[in-house]
Every structure is written in C-alpha cells, then in structure tokens.
Design a binder for this molecule. Structure first.
Ligand code: TPP
Ligand code: MG
Length: 324
C-alpha cells in the first residue's frame, strides 16, 4: 500500500460518497425535480478522488460538464451541490448554474462549464495569477479526451510551458465524446499523453481505475509543480458507465458494444479499492456496508435540504453569482 491505512479508507469513503450520490441522482431524476441536464461520472470516481486528495484546499480546481465527482472530491458541500442541481437559491452557484456550472470558491472549486475545453485556459490564467502572487498553490483542470481536440487546449499548454506555470492538466480519457469513439476522431495509435510532450510538457499516463496509483502519481507531480518545476500533464484511462447525459444506460444505441461495457465495468475502481483493502485486512465487508448506510443518510438529508430550499428570486437572475 502506497498510503497509510487511514488515508486509503478515506479514499474509499470519498469514492463511495461520489458513487452513491450519483446513483441517487439517477434514481430520483425521473421525478422531475432536477431539471438541468446531468452528466454522471459513475465509473470515473478514482481520478477525481486520487487527484483532489493530493491537492490542498487552497489549490484551484476547474472542471467540465461532468463535474460532480471533482466538486465533491475537492471538498465541495453535498447540500449545496444537490440544491444547485435542483436550481435552488442555497446551491453553490445560487441556483443559477445547475449541474454543469458548479462554483465554490470556499474550497477552491473555481468553476465548471459545458463548453468543451473552455475551463483549460481559465486554469492557466489562475496559474499565472499564482505565479504573480508568488504563492505555492497549484491550479488543476480536469477535461475529457475530446477536450484535447480543441485549439485552446494546445494554446493553453503552450502558454503554461512557456511561462512555467503551476498548472496540472488532467485528461480523463473515457474513450468517447458523446457517441463518437476515439477511433473516428483521432488517428489510430495516438496517445494523448505522448502527443503533448511535443509541446514541451512533462506528461504521464496512468490507470484511472486505481485510486492509489492516481494518488501517488499526483502527489509526486504536485510536489514538483509547487517547487517551481512548471506544468504537468496526466492522461488517465477510465470509462463512463451511464449514458453521456442523463441517468440511464444507453448501450442499446449501438455506439459501443455491450461486451466492451461489461469488460470495462469489471474494472470498477470502487471494487478494486475494496478488494485491495479487504485482502490486507484493513477493512471488512461489514464496515463497508455500514459506511454505505451512513453515506446514504447524508445524501438523503442533502436531498431534503434541496427540496425544502426556495428557488432564487427571479429579480436576481443575472446578478449575484460572483458577489462576495
Ligand atoms: C466546444 C463544444 N463543442 C461541442 C460540445 C458538445 N459536447 C458536449 S459534451 C461533449 C463531449 C465531450 O467529451 P469529453 O471531453 O471526452 O468528455 P466526456 O463527456 O467523455 O466526459 C460534446 C462534444 C460542447 N459542449 N462544446
Ligand atoms: Mg470522453
């Protein structure tokens, strides 16, 4: 085990919280209380957990349309996240953003947006601000494999390399952009992490299902960034289990094979960590079940909080989001 037992158990707890939260969202989505489009990251919890556990609270994180895991892993408030998905005034974006537009400066979560790759330059801008203010913070941005196909992706990495900015780029390669597999979008055999080395950034690939691996790689990279070594790039292999947008499974659409889905689902990051911990006698099945019950209670309370919260005043529609 690359981390102490308590830390490893904490990782399990975080991943379970993300998984059960999203499963509860999926279960209740059809009740029409959550009206915003919702992209679930069930199956991708290990990358968010491993990276954010290696970051400090005052480090910055930016994310995409698929942002729940990143928000929760960075220490975001569950009540505020569910309330935001409900469009309530108590949400982290005051009910004006919904699932794809989470922001919570209290925990360094600087925003997520639905425009593919659009938060990458924002992370680089924050990296520049860190350099100007001479602190040892890190600016980290999560994006998908399709983010690496946007022009601004290359411009941003170039600038971060040129100015040696403290930016951590994290590409979660789940093989798909909506219904388009990588093979129809990028030349055969291309490795994103290898491609970006041409821009002069240090980069590495890792198993996005193995939270212990993600964490230990992240810890090393982040220590280097803090020392002033400049930006760092990760590509982690992962897989989204549910449909691109929404609570259902969509393998019946035919854009990916059921066999591929089942094979990838076998590599469940949660099951992997559970068996790593149980094999070493660090935790028992009963303890995990107890943990799940407690987490579900916390989630139920967050849904209650969201249900009971008011909607924002229509007068406030375009103001207030960024007010201190
Ligand atoms: C600039 C831009 N182009 C297209 C879209 C439509 N779109 C929304 S999500 C998405 C797929 C993104 O795939 P990826 O970045 O790999 O993230 P994933 O959904 O797999 O997590 C696309 C093309 C968009 N939102 N923004
Ligand atoms: Mg993708």
């Amino acid at each position: 085990m690359q981390v102490d037992n308590t830390t490893a158990v904490k990782f399990l707890e975080r991943m379970l919280k993300i998984r059960i939260t999203e499963e509860t969202i999926a279960e209740r989505y059809s009740k029409w209380k959550m009206r915003c489009p919702t992209h679930l990251s069930i199956g991708q919890e290990a990358v968010a957990t491993g990276i954010c556990s290696a970051l400090r609270k005052d480090d910055f994180v930016l994310s995409t349309h698929r942002s729940h895991a990143h928000y929760l892993a960075k220490g975001g408030d569950l009540n505020k996240m569910i309330a935001e998905i409900y469009g309530k005034v108590t949400g982290c974006s005051s009910g004006k953003g919904g699932s794809m537009h989470l922001i919570d400066k209290n925990v360094g979560f600087m925003g997520s947006t639905s425009i593919v790759a659009s938060t990458i330059p924002v992370a680089v801008g924050l990296g520049l601000s860190i350099k100007i203010h001479k602190t040892d913070q890190v600016s980290c941005v999560f994006f998908g494999d399709a983010g690496a196909e946007e022009g601004v992706f290359f411009e941003s990495i170039n600038f971060a390399v040129l100015k040696r900015l403290p930016v951590l780029f994290v590409c979660e390669n789940n093989l798909y952009s909506v219904y388009s597999p990588l093979r129809v979008r990028q030349p055969e055999g291309r490795k994103i992490f290898a491609m970006v080395r041409g821009l002069g950034i240090t980069s590495e690939h890792g198993d996005g299902n193995n939270v212990l691996e993600v964490y230990s790689k992240a810890e090393r990279a982040i220590a280097g960034i803090r020392k002033g070594n400049g930006p760092y790039f990760f590509e982690f292999s992962t897989y989204r289990w549910r449909e691109h947008c929404g609570p259902n499974f969509d393998n019946d659409l035919g854009y990916r094979a059921e066999e591929e889905f089942l094979e990838r689902k076998e590599k469940d990051p949660l099951k992997l960590l559970e068996s790593q911990l149980m094999d070493q006698g660090i935790i028992r099945r009963n303890d995990i079940e107890e943990m799940e019950v407690n987490i579900q209670q916390e989630i139920d309370q967050a849904f209650d909080f969201a249900e009971k919260s008011p909607f924002p005043d229509p007068e406030e529609a375009f103001i207030g989001l960024y007010r201190e």
